[in-house]
Design a protein around this ligand. Structure first.
Ligand SMILES: Nc1ncnc2c1ncn2[C@@H]1O[C@H](COP(=O)(O)OP(=O)(O)OP(=O)(O)O)[C@@H](O)[C@H]1O
Ligand SMILES: [Mg+2]
Length: 832
């Protein structure tokens, strides 16, 4: 600026003092684009328009005075007579400088307000005829004083709020006495809009002008206040993030110093990497991210840190979007199923059917298969085989003894040692989100005060709900809809009805001896040989030896015990091989005892001779079909009926019905009618510790009763089952296949069944059908005809001491059962 000033053409000072200046009537006009100039203000102006430059020249040529008037429209390049405000300011040009680009710079000082009365647009410049305006100066008053003070205070305030007014101006503000000058000074320093400034200029009444200036000042202060608030806020935000950044840097430095930071940062980076790999759903991703941020802030040794890390480990390890490619090739599936399991045609057929449905339907809401049957018939291993056929991962989840809902659904993370529930654990174990999860032993789930696991299972097994299965530990839903569920049970009685309703029941009811032989040859023997390291050429077992093993060393529906016995043989052989005996070991029926010891199964004593008061019944238990003996004896008394052996209500009533029937038909049945007045009857079903229930022993109890009362022995080798009514009708029962297989195992020759069960013989394999005789009865009289022999004279005695027909030892010997049966004694309840 200083260089410019030096080149300025210094004009000679105007002689007369300001107030005595004579203002001419005609003056050239300088239109101002965006500024209003007040009297007494000294302002530099740039002049670039041709006509304006000429106007300045004209002024300089005369008395250096010029009329300054603001344009109504600042963009107007050639303002004419109507484009200027009427009121303007007469000014004196104090200095002038020609700039190299042709423009000029002038310094003007306002002299007085004036009104343009007439404007002439000459060729060279605008020329005006003006009239000087005198302002009305009021007398001193309180109002005037208040107004001036207010202007001063407001200007101070504006400056304190950041208004840019130079200290020199502020100094003048405090000293200036004239209220009119103060108003003009304030207005010209507020950067007002042209219209606002013009409105101040036009006010000749000084009081009104002060009011107006105060108004504008108030508005300005308001704007400044808001502006400052915005500034403070923005600054605050910047401050906070700067502070946080600073603190973090410090924390990092401290952690590095302590040798902690790096580890944590590395761990967090590792988690992030795993998160990306796991391809989590968005919601999960966000949650994990949130927790990671939390981890960053936590002390590495806090107990909570460990908990959170466990959770993170599980979250990033879960197969959120990892699945195995499902095999839907039906032929291949059938092949695999056949390869792994012998027989079980119906079951396999059903499985392949459900596969077919999966193949043609996008998201089949298929029902859940439930395999029901006695132990060792291959339920679990069938599940494994199905998984293999489908190319899904297999996970077995044993529900035996689960009685806490949290075991299925997990504990909240707040508990010490909390873990996800079994379902999520299974998914984690599988490593894919579409495994086959086998819920094993669903009949052993029990409810207690900790909640009912069945209800959690309901959700798991419901295809409508399980796409957002919520585990308490994860705290976020997991989609189970890709997983396939199967269940197994030994019996269905203890399964919750709602659960049962969701499942499709497939029964596996045990194998015949022949089937067991085939399974042994194809599966159990090769498997055991391999497990014990025996090569095929080192062991030879004859079929007779295997038959003998099945009949004399095992007594079960399934194959568990048999597999163990085969294992025992293999181990004995392995020992010989290990001791250096390289010759082939041959196992035959004759030398079998060398490998397995004495036979475990003896033919039941009872089945060896015809006896009075002991009838053979057939029952279905959790371990499959079985035979059971019912004893009845008479003793001196008053016609009481006593029942023992942990019988349930249904069975008791059934016994009562049999007794009443026998009493009512005494004569026809060859019973001395007076016997009821002097004798008590006691019916007992051995294995007294095991609860039994169900109506299917009805005809067996009746037979034992009548035999004892009439002294007619019962044919050995006859077994029976059927419900009895008071009138002696025989009603159908369930579990025919299991019962027939059990009778066959026990080498029974004749089986008595209710006539209405004839249709069930379809399911019974050929072998027992061939080996045994079946009698179908409608009335209990037919049972007696088949089972009872004529009264033996030997046993006919006058009423005397109680006749103990079966010795205790005989019973005990007869009840030698394989260990598998004992292992699940509770579930064993003779039903049907
Ligand atoms: N049809 C079959 N073909 C080949 N092997 C079989 C067959 N049935 C059962 N097995 C074999 O018998 C053994 C016992 O079967 P598994 O363990 O599946 O019984 P389970 O029905 O699950 O019994 P539990 O009710 O006690 O759990 C297994 O080694 C299995 O491979
Ligand atoms: Mg099993």
């Amino acid at each position: 600026m200083s260089t410019v000033t030096e080149q300025e053409e210094k004009l000679a000072p105007i002689e007369a003092p300001d107030d005595q200046l004579k203002i001419p009537e005609v003056l050239p006009v300088l239109p101002l684009r965006d500024i209003v100039i007040f009297p007494f203000m000294i302002v530099p102006l740039f002049v670039s328009r041709e006509r304006s430059i000429r106007a300045v020249d004209q002024a300089l040529a005369e008395n250096r005075m010029i009329m300054l008037a603001a344009q109504k429209d600042p963009d107007n390049e050639e303002p004419g007579p109507n484009d200027l405000f009427d009121v303007g300011t007469v000014a004196v040009i104090m200095r002038m400088l020609k700039l190299p680009d042709g423009r000029i710079r002038i310094l003007v000082q306002g002299v007085s307000r004036a009104r343009i009365n007439y404007l002439e647009d000459t060729q060279n410049y605008l020329q005006s005829r003006i009239e000087e305006l005198k302002e009305q100066v009021p007398a001193e008053s309180l109002e005037l004083e208040a107004l001036t003070r207010n202007v001063r205070a407001s200007l101070d305030k504006a400056v304190s709020l950041g208004k840019n007014i130079s200290p020199e101006v502020m100094a003048i503000v405090t000293t200036v006495e004239d209220p009119a000058r103060l108003a003009d000074l304030a207005a010209s320093n507020l950067d007002l809009k042209v219209e606002d400034a013009q409105s101040v200029l036009e006010l000749l009444d000084v009081t009104a002008r002060l009011h107006r200036v105060n108004e504008l000042l108030a508005k300005e202060i308001e704007v400044l206040t808001v502006q400052q608030e915005i500034n403070i806020q923005a600054k605050g935000e910047i401050d906070r993030s700067q502070r946080e950044f600073y603190l973090r840097q410090q924390l990092k430095a401290i952690q590095q110093e302590l040798g902690e930071g790096n580890e944590l940062a590395e761990d967090i980076a590792a988690y992030r990497e795993k998160m990306i790999k796991a391809k989590m759903p968005k919601a999960v991703d966000e949650e994990v991210d949130r927790q990671l941020k939390k981890l960053e802030r936590m002390h590495p040794d806090a107990a909570e840190t460990a908990t959170l890390r466990n959770w993170l480990d599980i979250m990033v390890a879960l197969p959120w979007s990892k699945s195995s490619k499902e095999n839907l090739d039906l032929k291949k599936a059938q092949e695999i199923l056949d390869e792994d399991h012998f027989g079980l045609e119906k079951v396999k057929e059903r499985i392949v059917e459900s596969l077919a449905v999966r193949k043609i339907k996008e998201k089949p809401k298929g029902s859940i298969l439930c395999l029901v049957g006695p132990p060792g018939v291959g339920k679990t291993s069938l599940g494994r085989s199905i998984a293999r056929a489908l190319n899904r991962k297999f996970v077995r989840l044993s529900l035996g003894g689960v009685h806490d809902e949290a075991e299925i659904r997990g504990h909240r993370r707040t508990y010490v040692g909390a873990m996800p529930g079994r379902i999520i654990q299974s998914i984690q174990q599988a490593g894919t989100n579409n495994p086959l999860i086998m819920l094993d032993e669903i009949d052993k789930v029990s409810a207690d005060f900790r909640g009912d696991p069945s209800s959690a299972l309901l959700e798991v097994l419901d295809p409508e709900q399980n796409n957002s299965f919520r585990d308490n530990y994860l705290g976020i839903p997991f989609d189970l809809s890709n997983a396939m569920f199967m269940t197994t049970a030994n019996i269905l009685d203890t399964v919750q009805p709602a659960l049962l309703d969701r499942m499709e029941i497939i029964r596996l009811s045990g194998y015949t001896e022949e089937e067991k032989l085939q399974i042994t040859l194809r599966h159990l023997l090769p498997k055991q040989m391999e497990e014990n390291g025996i090569k095929p050429e080192q062991l030879k077992i004859t079929n007779q030896a295997l038959h003998h093993t099945i009949a004399m060393y095992t007594r079960e529906s399934g194959l568990r015990q048999l597999e163990r016995e085969i294992g025992k043989i293999c181990r004995k052989v392995a020992r010989r091989v290990a001791e250096g005996d390289m010759s082939q070991v041959s196992v035959t029926e004759k030398n079998l005892h060398e490998f397995l010891g004495v036979p475990k199964v003896e033919i039941d004593e009872i089945l060896k001779q015809d006896q009075v008061g002991v009838a053979t019944g057939l029952a279905v238990t959790a371990t499959g079909g079985d035979i059971l003996f019912i004893e009845a004896i008479t003793m001196k008394g008053k016609g009481m009926l006593q029942l023992t052996g942990q019988l349930g209500d249904v069975m008791r009533e059934s016994a009562q019905a049999a007794y009443s029937y026998a009493r009512a038909r005494a004569t026809r049945l060859g019973i001395d009618e007076t016997i009821f007045d002097r004798t008590d009857i006691h019916i007992h079903i051995p294995e007294g510790a095991i609860p039994k229930d169900g109506p299917s022993a009805g005809i067996t109890m009746a037979t034992a009763l009548v035999s004892a009362l009439s002294n007619r022995p019962i044919h050995k080798n006859v077994a029976m089952t059927g419900e009895i009514t008071l009138r002696g009708d025989v009603l159908p029962i369930g579990g025919v296949k299991e019962k027939v297989l059990a009778a066959h195992r026990a080498q029974i020759k004749k089986v008595i069944l209710p006539a209405q069960n004839r249709k069930d013989m379809e399911d019974v394999p050929q072998e027992p059908q061939k080996d045994m005789k079946f009698v179908f009865v409608e009335n209990v009289q037919q049972v007696f005809d088949e089972a009872l022999m004529p009264a033996t004279p030997l046993v006919v005695k006058k009423a005397g001491p109680p006749k103990k027909v079966v010795t205790k030892t005989a019973i005990r010997a007869s009840r030698k059962v394989p260990a598998t049966k004992k292992s699940k004694p509770k579930a064993r309840a003779a039903k049907r």
